[in-house]
Ligand binder design. Structure first.
Ligand code: CDP
Ligand code: CDP
Length: 226
C-alpha cells in the first residue's frame, strides 16, 4: 500500500490521541503533528508576554511576533514545538497553560493563524494530525478520520498520572476540573467546536490496551489505503 493519506484524530482531552498518532506515524513513516501543541505554545507566549487576549488588536499584534515550528526529536519519537526558535515542550503541558488554552483557542484570529499552518503541513500527505477540528475543518477531505473518546474517570486518571510524574503537588481534583472545563469550552465554542465529523469512525478506548487499540486502527488504515 504505497498510497499516502491524511489521518485525523480528534476527541476529548486525554483520551490518548497523541499516543495513537505517534504510534501510527512511526509504523507508517508519516509525520505526526500535535495541533494542540500550537494552541498551547501560543497560550504560553500570551501568558509570558502578558498579552490581553480579549483585545483583538493586541492579539493581532502578538501573532505577528510568533513563529512556530516543529523539529523531530529522536529521543521521544515525536516533533517538539519551537516558539521563536526556543523549544517550549518543557513548559506547554503545565496546568498554568492548560487552564487558559481553551480560552485562547476559541479566538478566531488564533485559529486562523494555526489552521493555515496546519493545512500547509498536510500538502504532502503522509501525515497524522490530532486535535479538535482536524477532521471537520483543517482536513475535511482526509481519507481516515478517527473520533476518540474514553470514560471521563479513565481520562482523568491517565492525565493525572502523567502530570504527577512531573509535579507531586498536583491533585486529581485539579486535573478533573481542568479536563471538564476544557471539554466544555471546546465543545461549546462558536468557531470550530469539537465534534465528530460525519465520516469519522468512533474509537472508545476506555477498555482497550494500547496494543488492542493499535491493531484495530491499523486495520482501518489498511482499508483506507487500499
Ligand atoms: O492533550 P490534551 O488533550 O490535553 O490537549 P491538546 O490536544 O494539547 O489541546 C489543548 C487545547 O488546545 C484543547 O483543549 C483545545 O482548547 C485546543 N485545541 C483546539 O482548539 N484545536 C485543536 N485542533 C487542538 C487543540
Ligand atoms: O493526546 P491526548 O490528550 O488525547 O492523550 P495522550 O496525551 O495521548 O495521553 C493519554 C494517556 O493515556 C497516555 O499516558 C497513554 O499511555 C494512556 N493510554 C492511552 O493513550 N490509550 C489507552 N488505550 C490506554 C492508555
Amino acid at each position: 500500500n504505497g498510497k499516502k493519506i491524511i489521518i485525523t484524530i480528534d476527541g476529548y482531552s486525554s483520551c490518548g490521541k497523541s499516543t495513537l498518532a505517534k504510534q501510527l506515524a512511526k509504523q507508517l513513516g508519516y509525520l505526526f503533528i500535535d495541533s494542540g501543541a500550537m494552541y498551547r505554545a501560543i497560550t504560553f507566549y500570551f501568558l509570558q508576554n502578558r498579552v490581553d487576549w480579549n483585545d483583538e488588536d493586541a492579539v493581532a499584534a502578538a501573532l505577528q511576533n510568533i513563529k512556530l515550528s516543529f523539529i523531530f526529536n529522536e529521543a521521544t519519537g515525536k516533533a517538539d514545538i519551537y516558539l521563536n526558535e526556543e523549544n517550549v515542550e518543557p513548559y506547554i503541558r503545565d496546568l498554568i497553560v492548560a487552564e487558559k488554552v481553551s480560552e485562547v483557542a476559541a479566538i478566531g484570529a488564533v485559529r486562523e493563524f494555526a489552521v493555515a499552518q496546519q493545512q500547509e503541513m498536510g500538502i504532502q500527505k503522509g501525515i497524522v494530525m490530532d486535535g479538535r477540528d482536524i477532521g471537520t475543518v483543517v482536513f475535511p477531505a482526509a481519507e481516515l478520520k478517527i473520533f476518540m473518546t474514553a470514560d471521563p474517570d479513565v481520562r482523568v486518571q491517565r492525565r493525572f498520572k502523567e502530570l504527577y510524574e512531573k509535579d507531586q503537588h498536583i491533585t486529581i481534583e485539579e486535573v478533573r476540573k481542568n479536563l471538564e472545563l476544557r471539554d466544555y469550552i471546546d465543545t461549546n465554542r462558536e468557531i470550530s467546536p469539537l465534534k465528530k465529523a460525519d465520516d469519522a469512525i468512533v474509537l472508545d478506548n476506555s477498555q482497550l490496551t494500547l496494543e488492542e487499540q493499535f491493531e484495530l486502527v491499523m486495520q482501518w488504515v489498511k482499508d483506507a489505503t487500499n
